[in-house]
Design a protein around this ligand. Structure first.
Ligand code: TRH
Length: 382
């Protein structure tokens, strides 16, 4: 079947995996669900390979899952722009490409895809035009968000169906744990995934779990939080595959999973610690209680994002449960004693789970980000 036009998506990898994680997810969904031909321009294929081991960092062009992945080189290669150009997550298009866009008889729809935030101003900025200072081009702000009037968040059409099928199949879940080299869930055991940045609160949290009355199995993907976990066990580092025990706590150190397998980890756990943007959204779709460590920004800009999300997320929640959530999230983000805040948080487990499910219904009503971008661009190109 012929593709519905070609789009260009540009991504620079700042640090971590969020920028490439989000743009890759978007590119793949536009191809699969909207039949669009997508070129994804990435400046750092090495980082991308951590998410998709098929990526060959030595190639200038390659096709992965029908997405044309191109190296973003300087100077930028001569290329004809597609019908839509997405400048993702605060990257800036190469000047050569902007000039090529300005030369097109029909100008591409130019989208500035912003970072996700629950702050009040987001809906007001969604869709605003920003004319280019010199060239005959207009860029439109596309703001992901959690409320009507924003661009929504990424969700593949089959995601919730796949999650439900996984959660109702003990065979699938057992097979999943086998691939990770982790024993299947034992009766009465709590499963928690822990994906974080460096965080001084980790030691206290693990301590509270080790001394608690409930057996806890904690799955830690390899990454920035691992040093603090190692320190808790009196080690200088931890290898992938390591499994350590103290009191009622067992910790497994996992290799980086691909994005689909990471989703399954979030679905399989009772509670998920996540970070940044994309894992945070995926944990919301998992429909389980979650704790978010925001990406640190200058002048504590992330603090406002955390408070705005809590206000929105907890709107319909009982005050004691909201307080417990707020205390734990603040402790987790401000290097406080998360261990002391955990028991109160987890005592509301039932309500937190109910809340997580209700939140999904709200999010679904806004439509998914890929579908919303397609609609927006169709409107603009009329
Ligand atoms: O890696 P991050 O910290 O990315 C951050 C944020 O996106 C932030 O907004 C941005 O400004 C900063 O990078 C530069 O966290 P995030 O967003 O959760 O991205 C992690 C990605 O890695 C996500 O796509 C999920 C994926 N992932 C896997 O595929 N497998 C894994 O095992 C794990 C743990 C994550």
């Amino acid at each position: 079947m012929a593709r519905q036009g070609r789009w260009d998506i540009f991504c620079t990898v700042i640090d971590n995996y969020g920028d490439i994680g989000i743009t890759w997810r978007l590119a793949r969904q536009l191809v699969r669900e909207h039949n669009i031909q997508v070129r994804l321009w990435v400046d750092d294929l090495e980082s991308f390979r951590h998410l998709r081991p098929e990526i060959r960092p030595d190639l200038d062009r390659q096709t992965i899952f029908d997405v044309d992945v191109c190296r973003w080189r300087t100077p930028f290669p001569n290329s004809e722009p597609g019908a839509v150009v997405i400048e993702a997550l605060a990257c800036h298009l190469p000047i050569e490409f902007e000039q090529a866009m300005a030369r097109q008889p029909v100008k591409p729809v130019w989208i500035n895809l912003e970072y996700l935030s629950a702050e009040n101003w987001v809906a007001g900025c969604h869709g605003l035009p920003s004319p280019h200072p010199r060239l005959p081009l207009t860029k439109f702000f596309f703001m992901p968000g959690y409320v009507p009037g924003t661009g929504g968040v990424l969700r593949e059409a089959a995601l919730l169906r796949q999650r439900d099928a996984f959660l109702t199949s003990s065979e699938e879940q057992d097979a999943f744990w086998r691939t990770l080299g982790v024993p299947p869930r034992q009766t009465g055991e709590l499963l928690i995934s822990l994906f974080s940045y460096e965080n001084q609160a980790i030691g206290g949290l693990l301590s509270s779990w080790a001394e608690g009355s409930e057996p806890i199995r904690c799955l830690v993907p390899v990454g920035k939080g691992l040093g603090d976990v190692a320190q808790f066990f009196g080690r200088t580092g931890l290898e992938v595959g390591a499994s350590l025990r103290r009191g009622n706590l067992t910790v497994h150190c996992l290799a980086m999973l691909d994005q689909d397998a990471y989703d399954r980890l979030l679905w399989a756990c009772d509670c998920n610690f996540v970070r940044g943007e994309d894992s945070f959204v995926r944990a919301q779709w998992a429909g389980k209680p979650l704790i978010w460590q925001a990406y640190r920004q200058e002048a504590n800009a992330h603090g406002a994002k955390i408070e705005a999300f809590i206000t929105l997320y907890c709107q319909a929640m009982a005050p004691e449960c909201t307080d417990a959530l707020r205390r734990l999230w603040r402790a987790w983000n401000e290097d406080g004693h998360a261990g002391a805040a955990w028991p109160a948080f987890w005592s509301h487990r039932g309500q937190l789970t109910e809340q997580a499910t209700g939140w999904l219904t709200r999010l679904q009503a806004i439509g998914d980000l890929a579908g919303n971008i397609v609609k927006f661009c169709n409107e603009k190109s009329k």
